[in-house]
Design a protein around this ligand. Structure first.
Ligand code: ZN
Length: 228
């Protein structure tokens, strides 16, 4: 009897978590490279991006992702996977890198000039890549709020950003939020991430800035806004 009860309890616990656990195991287990390729090519195809790349998972102890200026490969350091919980979140990182890929293929000298400007004005390109990633995610059927969730987990928050190559995480998250707010408000109304602890933390830390945004939008339109 005791054994049956224990088995029953285990089945119940297991089935309650099975959906979420599957996704996380897939991402963190041996199949993460396969998933990276599936997600990466899905974003490229859904957005009709005509540039070749490949997706490589590299063993490194840092959190990072990048698009190579020379080979155009998109590289993800495997330690980053420890901080991702859903396919949406992996898609958010790849969509950002695909945006860099697009810039690296455009402009003078087969994109060589873009490669040069991206190295010398990285902040401008980071904001651009973040916003364009929102469009890519939406077009590929992923939830764009995942970009905010990923950045909240992997970016740090030093006091100043003038000496950094990338803008502060808080500025990037707020710019993404504003872009979604203006262009895709339905994703904030029907937001499956609204109870996610990481997203809740973003809402808390961005409260003043979101209030300012709401006032700015209200002043310029008669729309009734209640999704902040
Ligand atoms: Zn970037």
């Amino acid at each position: 009897m005791k054994k049956i009860l224990l088995t029953l309890t285990l089945i119940l616990i297991f089935s309650a978590n099975v959906a979420q656990a599957f996704e996380i195991d897939y991402l963190k287990g041996g199949k993460s490279e396969e998933l990276m390729q599936k997600v990466g090519y899905r974003i490229l195809n859904a957005n009709k991006i005509p540039y070749r790349t490949n997706f490589l998972l590299v063993k490194k102890s840092q959190i990072n992702a990048g698009t190579s200026c020379r080979t155009k490969s998109i590289v993800l350091y495997d330690t980053t996977l420890r901080y991702l919980n859903t396919e949406d979140e992996l898609a958010a990182i790849l969509a950002h890198e695909i945006s860099h890929l697009v810039d690296l293929n455009q402009g003078a000298f087969k994109g060589q000039f873009s490669c040069f400007t991206q190295s010398f004005a990285p902040k401008k390109y980071e904001f651009k890549a973040d916003k364009r990633a929102v469009d890519y995610l939406v077009n590929a059927g992923y939830h764009p709020v995942s970009e905010i969730i990923v950045l909240n987990k992997i970016t740090d928050q030093p006091r100043y950003d003038w000496y950094l190559s990338h803008p502060l995480g808080s500025k990037r998250m707020m710019a993404i939020y504003e872009y979604i707010y203006n262009k895709y408000p339905q994703y904030l109304v029907e937001n499956p991430y609204k109870d996610n602890a990481v997203y809740q933390n973003f809402l808390l830390t961005s409260r003043d800035n979101r209030k300012k945004l709401q006032e700015k939008v209200k002043a310029n339109s008669n729309k009734q806004i209640n999704y902040l």
